[in-house]
Design a protein around this ligand. Structure first.
Ligand SMILES: *Cc1c(COP(=O)(O)O)cnc(C)c1O
Length: 419
């Protein structure tokens, strides 16, 4: 007798309530946040400065500035790299929106490079042909926690005298050639949003080893002033400034989570390995690639459907959503992380960020082409992927990973039941 899929009325593989929520909260978190609440400074307070010191030490950076988001840290990175009106910044065609909109935030122009299908990261072999005399920086995104081949990127950047920003918002603790991401480029941005591998609700961190870049980032971060609010302020605005500071309560939460992050990441990586072992050989699936010299954190365990093999190349995206519905009915929390590649987003196709076509209409700009035919690999990935975060996260263990794999097998082995 055939197993009936849950979507057709069968029994779900994963009982409701099995998957525990992220992040795990215990008394150490409660104490840190309450102590901050009972303290005297809820704005940029003592927990913020401590968080900066502790995060820099954990990641291996000289300097860190804590922010209210990863996006703020990315904008600071653009400024730290000396980018200004109509300068070009290279970015992968597939990522979170703000990997590219942070470029617009400083009136700079994104230049998209297609991705590599296996790693889902920027295709390093296509970076060099995107460089023009206007290029000031490259943003690499260690997507889904898989590090980019940074030795190759840094060699290109050195040759062309441009800076490298690491968008490490998904990649806490991931390593390339034994070194942590965020220490490999000129500066980097981390996010502490709810879904990231270090959660403080919202929040972020700008990191660098370069004192000049630190100073530029700091000005943007706090009203264009030159010092932190804990130092002696002259309240003078030296440069364009935003208000990107973190607050004490959030930083207290971030600090208590940081004490436990290594254990959380270890669990997540172990769970990903269990998932991979149990899914290997399932027909129609393309499992995550782990190239030599990379140690991913498996932030988002991304699976692609081999739609050519499944006979659905013609309706890949639509059929993918049907499989996802079947997986969801089995109790698998899986989703489509990005339904659009970045250059297809309206803001880029319209080439209008601030009105009147700025920054593309700037007299300092040179024309850029966002024809979508330039990004076939990003589009192919975009139409075929689904990704899981929660089933892999601590405190969930290998039992959940095994159940998740079982649900995937059930759906894929009975795919003829999906209409
Ligand atoms: C989450 C994320 C960001 C933005 O971080 P926020 O804290 O949400 O602003 C940027 N880039 C990538 C790749 C992300 O995943």
């Amino acid at each position: 007798m055939k197993t009936k899929l849950a979507i057709n009325g069968g029994k779900p593989t994963i009982p409701a309530g099995t998957i525990k929520k992220w992040p795990p909260i215990d008394d150490s978190d409660r104490k840190m946040v309450l102590d901050s609440l009972n303290g005297a400074n809820h704005a940029f307070g003592p927990n913020c400065t401590e968080f900066e010191t502790e995060f820099a030490a954990w990641n291996g950076n000289k300097f860190a500035i804590t922010t209210n988001s990863g996006t703020a840290a990315l904008h600071m990175a653009i400024v730290a790299c000396g980018c200004g009106t109509a300068d070009e910044v290279i970015v992968p065609a597939y990522s979170w929106s703000s990997s590219a909109t942070c470029i617009l935030h400083h009136s700079c122009i994104p230049v998209f490079v297609d991705i590599d299908f296996d790693t889902i990261n920027i295709d390093v072999s296509k970076i060099e042909r995107a460089i023009t005399p206007k290029t000031k920086a490259i943003i690499v995104v260690h997507l889904h926690g898989l590090p980019v081949a940074m030795d190759k990127v840094m060699a290109i950047a050195k040759k062309h005298k441009i800076k490298v920003i690491e968008d490490a918002c998904q990649a806490h603790g991931a390593k390339y050639q034994g070194k942590k991401v965020g220490t490999l480029g000129d500066c980097a941005a981390f996010s502490f949003n709810q879904n990231k591998c270090l959660c403080s609700g919202e929040g972020g961190m700008f990191v660098t080893d370069n004192e000049e870049m630190l100073a530029k980032a700091r000005q943007l971060w706090s009203f264009g002033e030159s010092v932190t609010p804990t130092a002696k302020r002259d309240y003078h605005v030296y440069a364009m400034g935003w208000m990107y500071r973190n607050n004490d309560l959030t930083a207290a939460f971030g600090r208590s989570q940081l004490k436990k992050i290594d254990g959380f990441l270890k669990q997540q990586i172990a769970n990903a390995q269990v998932l991979t072992e149990n899914l290997r050989g399932v027909p129609g699936l393309i499992l995550p690639t782990v190239p030599a010299q990379t140690e991913p954190n498996h932030y988002n365990y991304t699976i692609r459907f081999d739609m050519e093999k499944l006979g659905h190349a013609h309706d890949a995206s639509a059929f993918r959503y049907k499989i996802i519905d079947a997986l969801k009915a089995e109790g698998v929390e899986t989703m489509v992380w990005q339904a659009f590649i970045l250059p297809a987003m309206t803001v880029f196709q319209a080439k209008d960020g601030f009105g009147k076509g700025h920054p593309w209409s700037s007299p300092h700009a040179q024309p850029v082409d966002y024809s979508l035919s330039q990004y076939p690999v990003a589009q192919k990935h975009c139409d075929r992927h689904t990704g899981m975060t929660k089933p892999l996260r601590a405190p969930n263990g290998p039992d959940v990973a095994r159940l998740t794999a079982e649900a995937w097998r059930k759906v894929m082995e009975n795919i003829d039941q999906i209409k």
